[in-house]
Design a protein. Structure first.
Lengths: 498, 236
């Protein structure tokens, strides 16, 4: 959009062109304005509390604010709101002020009807949250902070395991200090319970708390649990398509993508599954996490399989870490069993399954236990399912990331309507099904990294009554990732005293 | 190596002599995205360009589809739109791509269709004037650009803007066919009729759904003296 600028009492004032009726002032695209400074705060101004609630700690587009432009301009002139640049020119190209993107192939330009410029540059990296271009101001709140209430009640009364207790105590001790803490907890350790007491302390100090996770399903699963645990606290969930985004909340549960909208908002930021895609992979998401938190916030990371970089930082004592090496139910992690199955790739091309795998399939069908069969690629998933169906009578189905029936199939698997589920690595995390065996077909394939193998193995033996589920790696030669995964599991069990 | 305009994955072109000598137009989408697009081929409805292979046989009457026959039987609308031709089947993937352009505002994505639309439409538009179906000023401001105009630029830089859309109506995508046809007041208007008198016109739009938007625009143009109006859309 276009703005005009003029001076008033030696101060530069800017205003959207539609609000000023002075033909002498020439409107220019927002990005071409001289540098804008915040106006001095006029404390007598009656500001809108609703705007404060929505905008505090965030950077939003005008289109995202349900307020009249006149009203927002008044807040700017009185020092309560600031217009920040959306996309800025840098030495090497462009930078998006919302997501931090500096990758030139993720910028494009178009002939813009709003600013009448022939080439208005915009960011394609965070386009799913509404377009930010050179002529788009990002609005932030510069008025008084939102005061959060201090009385909160934790109604969760569950008991923590010894391992959880140690991590929880360490977390509680850190709340209020700035810095980082990694909670390295094995799959099935019960990470959520570890958070409750620390969050309670932070809320009681008037802190704003965020739990960010890479996946929407985890947000949806966490919200009811936290609402139940903290009945007096204002809690909002943020994910693509959520309805609660305008609601003021002291405890925010968000996907990592939604962190783009926040600026210096949180005193405690918890990032779940730091090693998971896309968070670990996308630098702009990490940028989002660091700018969404207050400069002296506490960052808590949760992971079962920290990245090599993180582990190195732990060893060098640069990243404080607390480990929970033992599962909630107190039994060790099931160790993977390696089964050599020859050239599985070639056999598959010929429409055959390796004999060792076949023997297992048949015995599994007879014993009636459920199993997840992980395969290396989507392209082979249907073929393998079809081949398995030829040999056993039980119900076999497959699921992959783009499967429209994904939710439904996983649910049917939970309900024991499907006995053997063939899947890709998408189900490596989050899915917890009791009485389950895990099989990795072609475990030596390069897509299976150490962390993926540990996560997949971690699906087995989740319940107290079936702590010893089988984990089988069918392979054609041990890969480095396989060996590291086995070592990882063995060391965790050793650390737990087994 | 390039990045796919849609999924941002890096990919390399398939090897060929033509590519080696730079004779191929550089593909802008990766192979997997390209293969999700379905080009319209085979028998199509003489009027609206819909492929016959995609709908039940009983809706076909000779060389046109049942929807077009309904239009042609109506005295008011008979012959208003000479013909429509569309590039792709409006499948879930194209729906997603167009939604990304229109509702998320990713204008750049339209460029993915430039090479093919330029190649296929050039012969169709000889000696006719290209008019992108306009948006109302409010909608145009909200979106920041007109997707029909973006598409038309891929065919030819020389566009005509004599057509104007006045009424800021409810989004078409939220209405069904009955509502669309029933909506009697014509949202379009002509600014400069001298430029179109006795001319053949090709309207450009992103999708042909029921054909009512294009017919309303065509009617205004014919009333203002245009000789004949046809249309090209990306999806059908």
């Amino acid at each position: 959009m276009r703005f005009v600028s003029y001076s008033l009492n030696n101060r530069l004032i800017v205003a959207p062109e539609t609000l000023v009726e002075n033909p002498d002032l020439k409107p220019v695209p927002f990005g071409e304005l001289p540098e804008i400074k915040p106006q001095p705060l006029k404390s007598l101004f009656e500001y809108s509390e609703k705007l404060q609630q929505i905008l505090y700690g965030k950077m939003l587009l005008l289109d995202e604010l349900p307020f009249l432009l006149e009203n927002i301009q008044k807040h700017f002139e009185n020092g309560f709101v600031m217009y920040n640049p959306g996309v800025k020119k840098t030495k090497y190209g462009w930078q998006c002020n919302r997501c931090g993107n500096e990758n030139n192939h993720l910028f494009a330009s178009f002939s813009c009807f709003r600013c009448k410029s022939e080439s208005c540059v915009y960011c394609r990296n965070c386009i799913m949250m509404g377009r930010v271009s050179v002529c788009t101001p990002l609005l932030s709140w510069t008025g008084p902070e939102v005061e959060h209430k201090l009385n909160h009640k934790l109604t969760w009364q569950g008991e923590l395991s010894a391992g959880q207790q140690i991590a929880s105590d360490r977390f509680v001790e850190q709340v209020g200090k700035c810095g980082e803490l990694l909670v390295w907890a094995v799959c099935g350790a019960g990470k959520t319970e570890v958070l409750f007491h620390g969050i309670e302390k932070a809320l009681k100090m008037g802190f704003r708390v965020c739990i960010a996770t890479p996946r929407t399903d985890v947000v949806l699963e966490l919200v009811p649990r936290l609402k139940k645990a903290f009945p007096d606290t204002s809690i909002a969930s943020y994910y693509g398509g959520s309805e609660e985004r305008g609601a003021p909340a002291q405890l925010v549960i968000s996907t990592t993508h939604q962190l783009y909208r926040f600026k210096q908002a949180f005193n405690l930021l918890i990032v779940d599954e730091v090693d998971a895609f896309p968070y670990s992979y996308d630098k702009t998401l990490q940028h989002a996490a660091s700018t969404a938190a207050h400069p002296d916030a506490l960052h808590l990371y949760l992971s079962a399989t920290p990245s090599r970089k993180m582990k190195k930082e732990v060893i060098q004592n640069r990243l404080p870490c607390v480990k929970i090496p033992i599962r909630f139910h107190g039994f060790p992690l099931p160790g993977p069993k390696l089964i050599w199955s020859g050239e599985w790739k070639k056999r598959l091309e010929r429409g055959k399954l390796p004999p060792a795998f076949l023997r297992w399939i048949k015995s599994q069908a007879v014993c009636g236990r459920r199993a997840m069969i992980f395969v290396p690629s989507v392209s082979s998933i249907e073929k393998i399912t079809e081949l398995i169906r030829r040999h056993v009578e039980v119900i076999v189905d497959f699921v992959h990331a783009e499967d429209p029936l994904r939710k439904d199939k996983v649910e049917r698997f939970r309900q024991e309507e499907i006995q053997l589920l063939v899947t890709t690595t998408i189900l490596e995390r989050g899915v917890t099904v009791p009485f389950l065996d895990v099989v990795i077909f072609g475990a030596d394939h390069e897509v299976f990294s150490e962390s993926a193998l540990v996560q997949m193995a971690g699906r087995a033996g989740r319940s107290k009554d079936d702590h010893n589920g089988h984990v089988l790696f069918f392979h054609y030669g041990k890969s480095l990732s396989m060996l590291s995964a086995i070592k990882h599991i063995r060391e965790m069990n050793k650390e737990a005293g087994f | 190596m390039s990045y796919c305009l849609y999924c941002h994955q890096s990919y390399s072109e398939t090897w060929s002599w033509a590519a080696l000598f730079g004779l191929n137009a550089e593909p802008l989408l990766c192979q997997s995205c390209t293969s999700s697009l379905e080009l319209i081929m085979g028998d199509i409805c003489r009027i609206c360009g819909r492929p016959f292979s995609l709908f039940p046989e009983q809706y076909r009457h000779g060389d046109s589809c049942y929807d077009c026959i309904r239009w042609e039987e109506d005295e008011e609308w008979a012959g208003v739109l000479q013909q429509n031709r569309s590039l792709y089947v409006y499948n879930d993937f194209l729906k997603e791509v167009i939604a990304n352009i229109k509702y998320r505002g990713d204008a750049e994505l339209m460029k993915a269709f430039y090479p093919i639309i330029h190649k296929t439409c050039k012969p169709m538009i000889r000696d006719s004037i290209l008019i992108p179906v306009p948006l109302s000023d409010e909608r145009h401001y909200e979106r920041g650009f007109n997707q029909a105009e973006l598409l038309a630029r891929g065919i030819n830089r020389n566009l005509n803007f004599s057509l104007k859309r006045n009424i800021h109506e409810e989004k078409q995508s939220k209405k069904n066919r009955k509502d669309r046809v029933k909506n009697k007041s014509n949202p379009f208007d002509i600014i400069n009729s001298e430029e179109i008198i006795d001319k053949r016109i090709t309207l450009i739009d992103d999708i042909y759904t029921t054909g009512s938007t294009l017919r309303y625009a065509a009617k205004v143009l014919l009333d203002a003296g245009a000789k004949q109006v046809s249309s090209i859309t990306l999806g059908r």
